[in-house]
Design a protein around this ligand. Sequence first.
Ligand SMILES: *Cc1c(COP(=O)(O)O)cnc(C)c1O
Length: 396
Amino acid sequence: MSSSALYQTFARIPLAFDHGEGSWLVTTDGARYLDFAAGIAVNSLGHAHPHLVAALTEQAAKLWHISNLYEIPGQRRLGERLVASTFADKVFFTNSGAEALECAIKTARRYHFVSGNPERYRIITFEGAFHGRTLATIAAGGQAKYLEGFGPKVEGFDQVPFNDLEAARNAITSETAAILVEPIQGEGGIRAFPLQSLKRLREICDDHGILLLLDEVQCGIGRTGKLFAHEWAEITPDVMAIAKGIGGGFPMGACLATDEAAKGMTAGVHGTTFGGNPLAMAVGNAVLDVVLEDGFLEEISRKGLMLKQGLASVADEFPDVLEEIRGTGLMLGLKCKGSNAALQTAMRDQKLLSVTAGDNVVRLLPPLTVSDEEIRDALGRIRAAAMTLSTETVGA
Ligand SMILES: *Cc1c(COP(=O)(O)O)cnc(C)c1O
C-alpha cells in the first residue's frame, strides 16, 4: 500500500482495520484478528469498551477543550484518584509518554535547581531503555539508531549497562540529578529489572540525595497485575511517567511526583495546551473505574500465569523456535531462536497480532480484559505459528 502523503517513518503492515470489539479487530474486508498487541499496550480495556465509549461520547456532547487557563473538574478528579492510588502527591497531565518523560526530567532538574544545586542536572539511564522520540528522550534512551542524524545529542544523560548497579553507582557525580529506569523494559524486549535491583536503586538514590524516576509508560496501569510494576518491588519512586494504558486508546499521559520532588514545578515553569483536556480526562477516569474495580488486577495475574504456562509448553514443544518466555502478568515476551519478525509474521498468518521488541523478542500485550477462552484461542494460534517455523519433525 503506497502512503505517499505520509512520512515514510513507519514500515507499516499492510492491514487496515475498520472496527474492534474487545480483544478482536476486524479488517475493512471482514477478516477477524485476535489482538495481542493492543496498540502496543494502549488499548488496556480492548476495543470499543462500552464504559469508555459512553464516557467519551457523553463528554464529547458537553465540552472538548477549554485550556489549562481554567479549572478542569475531570482533571482534578483524575489527579486526586491517581494520587490516592499511588506514592504521588502531584500530577501533571500530558498527551503522550514522551511528554510525560520530559516532565519527569524537568521535574528532577528543577528539584535540584530550587534546592540550591543547579549543577545537578544529569540523569543516569540503562542500556536497552526506551523513553520516547523527542530530542531529550532519545538522548535518555541512548540508542544510536534513534539518535543518528538529529544533531548533537541533548546533554545530560549518562548510560550504564542493563541492571549493572555497580556501574550506576559509579556513574553518580556531583552533577547527577536522578536515575531513570523502566521497571520492565518494553521496547528493549520485556527485560525486567530484578525486584532486588529496584530496591537497591532506591537505596542508591537515597544514599546520594538523587531522585528515582520510573518510566511506567508501558508496564503501568495494571499491565503486570499490580496498578504499577514498581509495587512488586515494594518501593516507591520520587517521580513516575505514565501514558499508554491510562488513556485506553485516547492519547494521554501523566507525570506523577511527590510534593518534595515537584517542589520546583511552580506557576509558569511548565505547561501544555492539550494536556489534561476534558475528553482525555473523561476517558482516563473511565479507565480507572474499571482497573480499580475489586479483583480486576488479581484477574490479570491469574490470566497472565495461564498464558505464560501455555507459552512455556509451546516453547517445550518447539525449542528450535522459542528460547524463553519472559515477563509478568499480561506483559509477556517470547525470546526467539530464529527471527522475531518471522514469528510475528507467522502468528499474523494465524490471525493473531503481536509486537516485536529488542533482544529478538515478540511481545504479547493483550487487552487486560482478555478472556480465558481468548487466551486458549491465542495459544492454539501461537502453537500453529511455531509449527510452521519449526524444522524439527513434528511427532517424530
Ligand atoms: C511508548 C513508550 C514511551 C513513549 O511514549 P509515546 O506516547 O510514544 O511518546 C516512553 N517510554 C516507554 C517505556 C514506552 O513504552
